[in-house]
Design a protein around this ligand. Structure first.
Ligand code: NDP
Length: 280
């Protein structure tokens, strides 16, 4: 599998100061490592400071940050700006599929039933999702993107724009589910809104030299797939033209491109990394 993943482009992000939210594991950790390997100094933010700090060695940073909490976000971004002298790249990666114990178990059960050719009524979140479950998903997966972007842009906007290439870059992690609708209803809703936010912020922030783009991963082999029955994983892989799940590094490569000067004329755009799984 690792043979398929391209090597980082050494030095492409040299001098850049990057923040990755939800970076303690999965896709976020792969992104953090990739940005660091390309020369950026990276701050990994996650709920647990110790897990965040374990991803990369000093001089990188690992800090506690709950993207649902404005005070936590603002404090973390201020700490990064102070430690790094500014912020050039924000990757809004933190996202959850459902509130713990509310909806995802039913969704997985429905997926398993569907894979076995049985009715999948339990996957029907329009019936099963509570108000609290709905709000919890949007609080992380959508509101967190706005909250972290606001904190980062307030810092980026005060930085020197006269230096060539000094503009900031925001990369939002969306999902193929935002396009195909193949996920829990609150999650799909939040991810679709993230793509709208990406286009609106790109338009608004272009005069400040800040580019805003998104990456839409398809099913990616991370801890959120661990509880899925093998039959469901097999069915998901079969939906992809490449007949497998993505490796987190394959998503990280697209993020590094959009964060870099190689994407200097890309803003408001979306790179889809889903093995061609359009029809699931
Ligand atoms: P994981 O659940 O493996 O990792 C997400 C990380 O975000 C965890 O470390 C989690 O911490 C953290 N997190 C959760 N809530 C918060 C919060 N309120 N504030 C800060 N951090 C938080 O997810 P993936 O790596 O699989 O996914 C990463 C992103 O990619 C998400 O936005 C996801 O929706 C998206 N994506 C994933 C796909 C996939 O197939 N894996 C497909 C398409 C999109 P903790 O573990 O402590 O809860």
């Amino acid at each position: 599998m690792t043979d398929l993943v391209a090597d980082p482009i050494a030095g492409r992000l040299a001098g850049k100061r990057a923040v990755v939210t939800g970076g303690a594991q999965g896709i976020g950790a792969a992104i953090a490592r990739r940005l660091a390997a390309e020369g950026a100094r990276v701050a990994v933010l996650d709920l647990d400071a110790a897990r965040a700090a374990a991803v990369l060695p000093v001089p990188h940073l690992g800090l506690a940050c709950d993207v649902t909490d404005t005070a936590s976000v603002d404090a973390a971004f201020a700490a990064v700006a102070q430690a790094f002298g500014g912020i050039d790249v924000l990757v809004n990666n933190a996202g959850i599929g459902s509130a713990p114990g509310d909806g995802m178990a039913e969704f997985y059960a429905g997926q398993a039933a569907r894979a076995a050719g049985q009715p999948d009524a339990h996957a029907d979140q329009t019936i099963h999702c509570s108000d609290a479950g709905w709000s919890a998903v949007l609080a992380v997966t959508l509101d967190g993107v706005f909250r972290c972007s606001r904190a980062a842009v307030r810092i980026m906007a005060g930085q020197d724009r006269d230096v060539p290439g000094a503009g900031g870059a925001i990369v939002n992690i969306g999902s193929t589910a935002a396009l195909a609708g193949n996920g829990p209803v609150p999650y799909v809703t939040a991810k679709a809104a993230v793509l709208g936010l990406t286009r609106a912020m790109a338009r608004e922030l272009a005069p400040r030299g800040i580019r805003v783009n998104a990456v839409n991963p398809g099913a990616t082999e991370t801890p959120i797939y661990a509880p899925l029955p093998q039959a469901v994983k097999d069915a998901v892989a079969a939906d992809s033209l490449l007949k497998r799940l993505a490796h987190p590094d394959e998503v990280a490569g697209a993020v590094a491109f959009l964060a870099s000067a190689d994407a200097s004329f890309a803003t408001g755009s979306t790179v889809t990394v889903n093995g061609g799984a359009w029809f699931s």
